[in-house]
Design a protein around this ligand. Structure first.
Ligand code: HEM
Length: 548
């Protein structure tokens, strides 16, 4: 009787409430995942993850939750996080080849409203393995020294001379216009963007020369990552209200709304230039010759874009239409997206930890100076830049870089994968099919079992074999640490550009420290912002030219 008098909106409200209750209850019990510990709200809704990531510090919560709750933590109704390095080996193993989660396509760039399926963002494993096979030769170690190293040298030389001119205080008295502090994080970002553009297109973007964010590329990427990190926690938002919403895509196709990102526009312009150049040479019967780059004497075909175009030609010769112009364009755009901020943040981390650990800084500078004095490495042949081969002769440099990778992996969120339909076992736990599983390198890299004591401290020495201990055990210990590092991801979806990143970093650090002294302006910790990449917000330093 009472119920029949209730107004219809009350029934509606009640109906909505019951549906909501059913929804959260289903989420909570989802395939028995309720047996895993985790924040209660996280077990009910993905909004928990959404707000956690919006706070830009989710790695801190991940570390805390695992230290309190153990190896497996439930971070969402359908999402499990693992801390054990053995779990990482299972999840990212080549053999298991797990699919990426729907977090990734949110990061795909659009061109005129159409998502560009990239090596990084695609969920289609067949497409991925085909593309990866075609792209892999461009990243081979043999190409590093021959083709890419001269380009990196060029960018480092420009960086060093601009640093001397703009920031090194000994030059201030000569030129009178040097600045006293340098925003080191930003300055390294400029380097990383210029160098990746040089390797990809044989064209420096001009960040270092102009000392500015050219065409707003950095700002545009920042916005893209701010968006995709958060929206990626609930990818359906992207399709319905975000950048892939059907109305926006339509407007973009009609040219009313600009959806093509700055790096994608830049890549397209370079590709058009390159194809015109190839066409021009073909019409002049100059098929085999390649134009030498200004000053560097490098051939234009041996940059990444040239390698991708070569892969396209090979693909066409085999009668396949797979490697279209759009695929080449997407590959080139991905290089700038995936290879700039990651390298900049990792380089910044090496310097940050050295600056906070003076003994390590001094030991590294001594190693470099001694190696130069003893003729182990030479700065003459490369006009002030340490060669890749020489950099391998500096064990303490290697230890300092690895320790920075350990404490500050550039990607600060889970590398999400999906369990196969039949489910799978991870570290003795049977996880049902279709569950999002993953590890955050910020958690795995703090494993006490693998990295020993004081995991929160910067101790490059842990990477060196202690000669006073049993050599076999020591080698085994270091090798296990190496195998546990997850900063480049793992398996078939691991970083394809890792050799390029290492080339840049192992050359840059000693070349810079040989020429300059660097000091922080404050002893405070640096503020970090986690939006997929964990980017330092600021690190002000003073730079002085060394009398070497
Ligand atoms: C220190 C620098 C770098 C770090 C820390 C880094 C880190 C990573 C990580 C963690 C992944 C795997 C992501 C996942 O599984 O979700 C990845 C993938 C990738 N990286 Fe890097 N990266 C770096 C530099 C570069 C460079 C220089 C390039 C290009 C020249 C590059 C291109 C890529 C691409 C294309 C992928 C996707 C690979 C695939 O799915 O097949 N990265 N990177």
């Amino acid at each position: 009787m009472i119920f029949s008098n209730l107004p219809s909106y009350t029934w509606l409200g009640l109906g909505v409430f019951l549906l909501l209750l059913l929804h959260v209850a289903t989420n909570y019990f989802n395939h028995g995942l309720n047996k895993y510990p985790g924040p209660f709200l996280a077990s009910l809704t993905n909004w928990w993850r959404f707000f956690l990531v919006s706070g830009q510090k989710c790695q801190e919560t991940h570390i805390k939750l695992h230290s309190q709750l153990g190896n497996v933590v439930r971070l969402g109704p359908n999402c499990l996080s693992f801390a054990d390095p053995q779990a990482a080996k299972t999840i990212y193993s080549l053999k298991n080849n797990l699919n990426k989660s729907t977090f990734y396509p949110v990061q795909m760039q659009l061109h005129r409203g159409v998502p560009l399926p990239s090596l990084f963002g695609t969920l289609d494993n067949t497409y991925h393995s085909r593309l990866r096979r075609l792209a892999t030769p461009a990243f081979a170690m043999s190409n590093l020294v021959t083709h890419y190293e001269p380009r990196v040298d060029n960018a480092i030389r420009t960086f060093l001379s601009q640093t001397a001119k703009l920031y090194a205080s000994t030059c201030a008295s000569e030129s009178g216009d040097a600045k006293t502090t340098c925003n080191w994080v930003r300055w390294l970002q400029f380097f990383a963007f210029d160098v990746i553009a040089e390797i990809t297109y044989s064209k420096r973007l001009g960040f270092i020369d102009r000392e500015e964010d050219v065409d707003g590329i950095i700002e545009s990427l920042d916005k893209a990552f701010d968006y995709s990190a958060v929206v990626g926690q609930m990818p359906w938002l992207d399709r319905w209200v975000g950048k892939q919403n059907p109305i926006k895509r339509m407007l973009s196709r009609w040219g009313v709304w600009q959806s093509t990102s700055a790096p994608a526009r830049f890549a397209r312009e370079r590709m058009v230039e390159r194809l015109e150049e190839v066409e021009r040479k073909r019409s002049m019967g100059d098929n085999n010759k390649t134009k030498k780059e200004e000053g560097g004497g490098r051939a234009e075909g041996d940059d990444l874009m040239g390698m991708f175009l070569q892969a396209q030609r090979d693909d066409q010769q085999q009668g396949s239409g797979f490697m279209t112009d759009t695929v080449v364009l997407t590959m080139a755009t991905t290089m700038v997206l995936a290879g700039s901020d990651t390298t900049a943040a990792s380089l910044a981390a090496v310097f940050y930890y050295l600056l906070r650990n003076e003994a390590c800084y001094r030991r590294l500078v001594r190693e470099i100076d001694d190696a130069v004095a003893e003729g182990v490495i030479s700065l003459e042949t490369n006009h002030g830049v340490v060669s890749w081969v020489d950099a391998q002769k500096l064990p303490y440099l290697d230890a300092c870089i690895k320790e920075a990778f350990r404490l500050h992996p550039a990607v600060g969120m889970h590398l999400e994968r999906m369990t196969p339909p039949g489910g799978m076992e991870i570290c003795g736990e049977f996880v049902p099919g279709g569950t999002i599983v993953g590890c955050n390198a910020w958690v795995v890299h703090r494993s006490l079992e693998v990295f020993g004591e004081h995991v929160d401290e910067y101790r490059p020495e842990r990477w060196l074999v202690d000669e006073n201990l049993d050599q076999e055990t020591e080698k085994q210990r270091v090798s296990e640490m190496n195998a546990t590092l997850l900063h480049f991801g793992g398996g078939i979806r691991g970083c394809i550009g890792r050799n390029i990143a290492l080339l840049e970093m192992y050359k840059f650090v000693p070349s810079f420290l040989r020429r300059f002294d660097i000091q922080p302006t404050t002893g405070k910790e640096w503020p970090l912002k986690n939006m997929w990449f964990i980017k330092p917000v600021k690190l002000d330093v003073r730079i002085t030219a060394r009398a070497t």
